[in-house]
Design a protein around this ligand. Sequence first.
Ligand SMILES: [Ca+2]
Length: 393
Amino acid sequence: MNNCRVTCGERARRFLGWMGDGRIRHGIMNATSTQLVDRSTAWILGGWAIFVLLVTPGMGMATELLFQIQRTNGTTAIAIRGAPGQRVAIESKPVLDAREPGGWVVIDRLILNDQGSHSLERPAHTASEFFRMVPEINRYWTNMAIIPAGEFRMGSADWGPIHAVMVSEFAMDCYEVTKLHWDEVRTWAATNGYSLPSGRGFGNSTHPVHSVGWYDMLKWCNARSEKEGLKPAYYTDLTFSKVYKSGSIVPYVDWSSGYRLPTESEWEKAARGGNPEARFPWGIGPEIDPSRANYADSGLGGTTPVGSYAPNPYGLFDLAGNLEERCWDALGPYPAERQVDPRGPGIGLNRAIRGGHWNSSAISCRIDDRGDLYPDNWGSAFRGFRCVRAVVR
Ligand SMILES: [Ca+2]
């Protein structure tokens, strides 16, 4: 996790140049100097200047970004391919001068879609124009990944019917909530009207917190929101005036505010990482084994520090195994019809849990597998959670 924070703080700045005479004048630069570091990765193909950049997005993954640019008939076309959910700023300026490194103007700020692509066109006003692509770390939500809006096929042959679900854009914690984070928020909450249990964790405080109930998680989400100056998500009244801070109730939800638990569909979409056929978060191909997740076959007898295994394409860690993750929804049968941002059946006390835990079988760690649990705190060392929140631009 610490390593990630270091990586998150760096913004890999690279750029390319495109002159009106069709010659590429510049390759890729690094973030902090004007020295050209790599010209070899650019080439011309079918009128397109094509660049393959190796960047390090928010969660420490090395990801290839393909950046194409074409200038024809007074128009500049730019196409980008990369990891789904990657944030990219495109900046430009008409003259490139190493003595004046500033002056870049943001012309677009975007998030690559579920296919990991984005394209734009703009008028070519000047004889020369330079562009640079700046892979962006989310500056507002430390250690959260943005999950792009999109439709996916939810469920499986085992958990059907498979049905189309449209999910709006949201941000999700890259990690299960740690004992350290739980304690930080709980300490603040104790003097701000909240009642939260201490929770427990295996090993040091970078392990995920367990032994907290579903109600406790909702209240902790609210405390986290308020601690960060955000309007909370959960209320005891319909007009969202009384913040949910104590007791065991199913609160009213302001879905546009603050931290909250993911819905089941948000969790499943995030876990799929843009791969509709994926059985596990790492996508199509390898089945689960102890090199990929902490589950029963790992034989560890408890959790691992969060982020101990490779993330999925969205930059989310430990979706399979470690701790099973609580969702908002009461568990109900899937509808057959297409859904838009579903939030569960609205009845039923038991709440969905996803992803399996350190003592789960392989099948329970599958993306599609569903479980449910009574919302009270049973002191279970198997269940934890991670938060989501709406993306505010
Ligand atoms: Ca997990």
